[in-house]
Design a protein around this ligand. Sequence first.
Ligand SMILES: Nc1nc2c(ncn2[C@@H]2O[C@H](COP(=O)(O)OP(=O)(O)O)[C@@H](O)[C@H]2O)c(=O)[nH]1
Ligand SMILES: [Mg+2]
Length: 240
Amino acid sequence: MTDIHSASANYIIALVIVFVVFVFWWLLLRKKDRHQRILLMGCSNGGKTALFSQLNFGKSFPTYMSMKENVGQVANDKHRVEIVDIPGNERIGKNLFDEYKNNVKGIIFVVDSESVQKEVKDVAEFMFNLLTDPTIRATCKEILVLCNKQDLDSSKGPAVVQMLLEKELSVLRNLKSKQLDSTSQDTGGKKKLLFLGHKKKAFEFSQLKPINVTFAESILTGSEVEESKFDTVKYWLNKF
Ligand SMILES: Nc1nc2c(ncn2[C@@H]2O[C@H](COP(=O)(O)OP(=O)(O)O)[C@@H](O)[C@H]2O)c(=O)[nH]1
Ligand SMILES: [Mg+2]
């Protein structure tokens, strides 16, 4: 009799333990799910790490060529969002991007507005790969193109950066789809690449709907870090 009692008591205790573990696990998952992840992306030297430092520590430190990601939590008006600074370096950046690209709700694409005209092919190629990534297209709803280094005399403003990128992305998407057509014919394969924008029109960022693309300017280092301009980023972060 006592044996039966102690066996059923053990059984109940085991059930309670399983239940408690399950509840903890569920709460943990829910907490993780509520994380809104924002990626800082763009070619090297644009100012991603300077932005990461400004958002996390309120100032920027001297930066080095980044080899690994920086991950931080930044509070907007409602809650905390996760900010991940991915290095622009091609090989390291690609691996880290693959690691962090799930569940991305927004991207801040940082552009060096001083060198953008000269390096527009590289910047557009970087952006093209990002905008045609199926995982990003499935979850990301907001992109802020931050035209940084506005303190430098020869920097281009957001309207010019937008025009340069739209022009280059138009050329690039046609080139890529032609390349893909010829390789698919060679191999008889049916590889599909997401076509950027409308087929019969020159590319414009507005064609990416439901992804909202906003352009803004910033100064992230030196004595000219202007609060008012940096506020654009904080305002944008409130969308999440
Ligand atoms: N003049 C100027 N330099 C900046 C600005 N933002 C960043 N930098 C500098 O640009 C360089 C690259 O910045 P970093 O944040 O490392 O770029 P990342 O490679 O995109 O992470 C550093 O020397 C920064 O001090 C800015 O607004 N104005
Ligand atoms: Mg960096």
